[in-house]
Write a protein that binds this ligand. Structure first.
Ligand SMILES: N[C@@H](CCC(=O)N[C@@H](CS)C(=O)NCC(=O)O)C(=O)O
Ligand code: FES
Length: 135
C-alpha cells in the first residue's frame, strides 16, 4: 500500500558506479562500454582491432550492474547510449565518433598519449608490433 518510500532507483549507490567507471577508464588506455549484441559496439571494437590497439571491453548486458553502470555513464559522459568509448580517461563518444576519429587520423595519436606499456606505438605493418598485451 503506502509505497511512498521507494527511493530513487539506485538508492544512493550511483556514486560508486561512477567511481567504478572512472577507475576502469583511468587504468586502461582504451575502454569500451558495450553490449554484446550491438552493431555499433562491434564497429567500435573493429576500429581498435584494425589499428592493433589493446582495449578493454565491459559488456553491460552481461554485467550484473550493467543498468546502473549505464546510468553512471550517462552522468559521466552525458549520453546513455552504447557504446561509450574512452581513451586515456576521456570519453571520445560512441561508435560512429570512434570511426570518424579514425578516418580523420586522430585516433592513433590519442592512443599514443597513453602510457607506453599499453599503447599501440610504432608505424603500421612490418610485424614488429611493440605493444604488449598488458594483462
Ligand atoms: N551513433 C551512436 C549510436 C548509439 C546508439 O544509438 N546506441 C543505442 C543502441 S544501438 C543505445 O545505446 N540506446 C540506448 C540504450 O540502449 O539504453 C554511436 O555510434 O555510438
Ligand atoms: S543495436 Fe541495440 S544496443 Fe546497439
Amino acid at each position: 500500500m503506502g509505497n511512498y518510500t521507494s527511493s530513487s532507483t539506485t538508492g544512493g549507490s550511483g556514486t560508486s558506479c561512477v567511481q567504478y567507471v572512472q577507475e576502469v577508464v583511468s587504468q586502461n588506455c582504451v575502454v569500451i562500454f558495450s553490449k554484446t549484441t550491438c552493431p555499433y559496439c562491434k564497429m567500435a571494437k573493429n576500429v581498435f582491432s584494425e589499428i592493433g590497439a589493446t582495449y578493454k571491453v565491459i559488456e553491460l548486458d552481461e554485467h550484473s550492474d550493467g543498468r546502473r553502470l549505464q546510468e553512471a555513464l550517462a552522468q559521466v559522459t552525458g549520453a546513455r547510449t552504447v557504446p561509450r568509448v574512452f581513451i586515456n580517461g576521456n570519453c571520445i563518444g560512441g561508435g560512429s565518433d570512434t570511426k570518424q576519429l579514425h578516418q580523420q587520423g586522430k585516433l592513433v595519436p590519442l592512443i599514443e598519449q597513453c602510457a607506453p606499456c599499453c599503447a599501440a606505438t610504432g608505424s603500421e605493418g612490418s610485424g614488429s608490433g611493440r605493444f604488449e598485451s598488458a594483462k
